[in-house]
Design a protein. Structure first.
Length: 138
């Protein structure tokens, strides 16, 4: 009885530790889907002639996006309600010392860019991924 339980545990652990099995979606042919979102992104918000540099630290889990954001203007914030689908991203950033920001964007040519809304106003943003900051499942 004990050897059967032990063999079952060994099998489960072996399968769980196999490359790609527990790390996210796989496409036909057993290849991991790339994760172009997870990692550190640096960029700039622009609104009404003003700009502010920021950092997003994003994590993709299936189609859900989570993480943090920070700029000198807003202070630190938490990414919530994040979604990723078809190279499009959307999320909110909730700050302790600033109104929330609603962010939408598209990944194109290795850059994220789009629009954001805050204080009833709309602006634009663009970000590039910091080298060696994630980007693959596993």
């Amino acid at each position: 009885m004990h050897s059967r339980i032990l063999m079952t545990l060994v099998f489960v652990m072996t399968v769980a530790l196999m490359p790609g099995v527990s790390r996210g979606a796989r496409v036909a042919g057993g290849v991991d889907k790339p994760d172009p979102i997870s990692g550190e992104w640096t960029g700039r918000f622009q609104i009404e002639g003003n700009s502010a540099d920021f950092t997003f630290k994003l994590k993709l889990n299936g189609s859900a996006v989570a993480g943090t954001a920070e700029s000198d203007h807003t202070g630190p914030g938490t990414v919530s309600k994040g979604e990723w689908s078809g190279n499009k991203i959307s999320f909110s950033v909730d700050f302790a010392a600033h109104d929330s920001i609603e962010v939408t964007g598209i990944l194109k040519d290795g850059k994220l860019a789009g629009e954001f809304r805050s204080h009833g106003r709309q602006g634009t943003w663009e970000a590039t991924k910091k080298a060696n900051s994630g980007g693959s499942r596993g």
